[in-house]
Design a protein around this ligand. Structure first.
Ligand SMILES: Cc1ncc(COP(=O)(O)O)c(C=O)c1O
Length: 388
């Protein structure tokens, strides 16, 4: 079969292949602890699951999504942005439901890039950004995220000729994989920079509701005039423990919303109606569960940070996301080699930093998607392994 050359330009999503390997290890009787999973081990609130079930049972719920007008979810997304951030959006023209934010963050490249156009992409980053740029025929220009800059991009270090040529810039705070956070001053500076160079800002904010230590993640759209220069993605996956639902959304610039709507009118025709009903229930319903859930992640964060520090690993304690981004133990340089050795030796899987880009090398990522006792066990195994 003659497949397209572009398939050689990017790697398949790592999670799928790793899950197969780890399942095989489990079948062989190994007690594997998978600290790679970015999928909460807790479930969506009861009232949202009930809404989903009831809407599924309704006989009139199974048509093409465009049959239902107005779409029940759009208004709820606009109301949520106003409630969370005091950002006002027009539900018809500035809001677009997505089949998981992955749907939008893949197709947005087709809206913004012609073949050969430059996209500025942080390194390290969520790998789908790079695959999306390449599949659209764009060119990735990396912006390093360095520990000394708190894993924020140094906009002033982007050469003006690259900035002028670039069509879009990816931003993601609270960040996967570094767990770094941004404040509103960073977004203000970013909006100014984007206006100066006429670059579209694409902010990916799926960890917005998972914050600790009094920190609240802002939205890029809180900056005055931001809708002229960009959009923001968000999702129910992490905030509402609903990764499997595949419900996300994009909010912001109306030209980009119209462009993505046009593409999606061909690619998927919209979201299953009962999911729209359930997502509306999530966004408009009680959200006290989030406090309890975040307290749980906080306890887990502290278990892992303390465990890694006991191992002699000098790790930051993050204010957001359910990840820990840790430097390799002293003397180790190749994250892939080290993570595979650890998996073989103690059946604990952590993701090598190099999987997220060149500047991710020298780090590994731990996900807090297991009960504290299990995380503690993983840390004890690691400490014993490193003592050998
Ligand atoms: C930074 C980032 N963006 C987007 C996604 C995709 O989220 P969704 O489940 O909404 O497609 C993830 C998932 O891990 C992520 O970490």
């Amino acid at each position: 079969m003659k497949l397209a050359d572009r398939l050689n330009d990017f790697d398949a999503y790592l999670g799928t292949a790793m899950n197969l390997i780890l399942t095989k290890m489990k079948e062989q009787g190994k007690d594997v602890i998978n600290l790679g999973l970015g999928d909460p081990d807790v479930i969506p609130p009861e009232h949202t699951r009930r809404s989903l079930a009831e809407a599924c049972y309704a006989p009139d719920s199974h048509h093409y999504p465009s049959y239902y007008s107005p779409m029940p979810l759009k208004e709820a997304i606009a109301a949520w942005y106003e409630q969370q951030y005091e950002v006002r959006c027009d539900a018809d023209t500035e809001v677009l439901p997505l089949l998981g934010s992955a749907d939008g963050l893949f197709h947005i490249h087709t809206c913004l890039l012609d073949v050969g156009d430059i996209a500025l992409v942080p390194d390290p980053c969520y790998p789908a950004y790079i695959a999306g740029v390449k599949i659209a025929g764009g060119v990735v220009e990396s912006i390093p995220l360095l520990r000394e800059n708190h894993f924020l991009p140094d906009l002033d270090s982007i050469p003006p000729e690259i900035a002028k040529a670039a069509k879009m810039i990816w931003i993601n705070y609270p960040n996967n994989p570094t767990a770094a956070h941004a404040d509103i001053l960073f977004y203000q500076r970013l909006a100014e920079w984007a206006r100066q160079f006429d670059v579209a800002v694409v902010s990916d904010n799926p960890y917005s509701e998972i914050c600790f230590d009094g920190y609240r993640a802002p939205s890029f759209l809180q900056v005055a005039g931001s809708k002229e220069v960009g959009v923001e993605f968000n999702s129910l996956s992490k905030s509402f423990n609903a990764c499997g639902w595949r419900v996300g959304f994009m909010v912001g610039n109306r030209d980009i919303v119209a462009a993505l709507t046009k593409i999606k009118s061909h690619s998927d025709r919209g979201m299953f109606y009962p999911l729209q009903v359930a997502a509306r229930a999530a966004l408009t319903g009680p959200n006290e569960f989030m406090q309890e859930r975040n307290a749980m992640y906080l306890q887990r964060r502290d278990v892992v940070v303390e465990g890694l520090r006991k191992c002699g690993i000098n790790v930051n304690s993050p204010k957001g996301t359910f990840y820990i981004w840790a430097p390799l133990p002293e003397g180790k340089e190749n994250s892939k080699e080290w993570c595979i050795k650890v998996l073989d030796a103690i059946a604990v899987w952590m993701i090598p930093g190099s999987m997220y880009g060149r500047h991710g090398e020298g780090y590994f990522r731990v996900a807090l998607t297991h009960p504290a006792a299990r995380l503690n066990e993983a840390m004890e195994r690691l400490e014993a392994y490193l003592r050998l």
